[in-house]
Design a binder for this molecule. Sequence first.
Ligand SMILES: [Zn+2]
Length: 303
Amino acid sequence: MASAKAQQAKAKVPAGLDLSAFPPTTVRRFRRYVCLACIFDLFTKRLKMAPRTAYTAVRGHTPSVAELTGPEPSRPYFDSADKFPHCPHCDASKGKLAGFEVIRLEGSRATTAARKQLFDSLPKAEGAIEIVEEQASRRDLLFQWLDDLGRRFDFDQPDWLMEAARAYLEKREPKTAWSGEFATLSHVRRSHRLEEGWQREGPRLYLSPTLFDEILLIQYLVSRSHRAGGYTFEGRLTLPELLRRLYNRGFLAQHGVTGEDPAEFLQNLVDALDPGSASMKVYYLIDRREFLEKTRAVYARYA
Ligand SMILES: [Zn+2]
């Protein structure tokens, strides 16, 4: 998954789109290339279109969200983390490649005003930015978030446990400046004195038992595919061990989590972490500006 990691790291905000009003955990960015040489060759050589007709067809095309964000790009799309990418299908380089930036925003009510402001500020040129609305399952969104986290962590360094705790707290309480809190923190502890939330005391962060257990679950989920079992503040745990602890502490009863088997328990636990309807609206902003510009330049060479 190295390329996906690099791809995400490289993804940058397209010029003029200000996303600072959105909690970072509700924004996901994608970048994918399309090879215009592959497309024009297909249209003009195999489909025998006149260049002008091909140009019109290419310009009018907006790839689907799945083509731009799905795990396995297929020709003429590809992912590359190289500074000077080449098309893996025809070896075309820079001038014939266009990047698509895709920004996905979660449609929570808290960001309605920010979203309206952003959409109003988008470039007005025709087809420059397309907005696609979809319903996404909350569970899928959570697992994608876990996946992104997992790719950021080095599981050989114990620091990742703290980073996972911070990431979850940022997601849960986006208004708190967690990076500042964690910069001077040495321990995260469960505290039975707290009924909910958290409290800071010197270098220690005390969490209510529920919040602490939620973090254990996140640590388990993010590390389970990288380690045998999962790893948490309480050491290495298999799924039955984790469930037994959560059961004994009343966490499962408190969240109304039941299940026929460990896998079902886990699914229901994940849903309990992020309650609400099963799905939520997401908005994909597909930035076509580079695509339109490069298409025009490539066409000029064919015409
Ligand atoms: Zn190509």
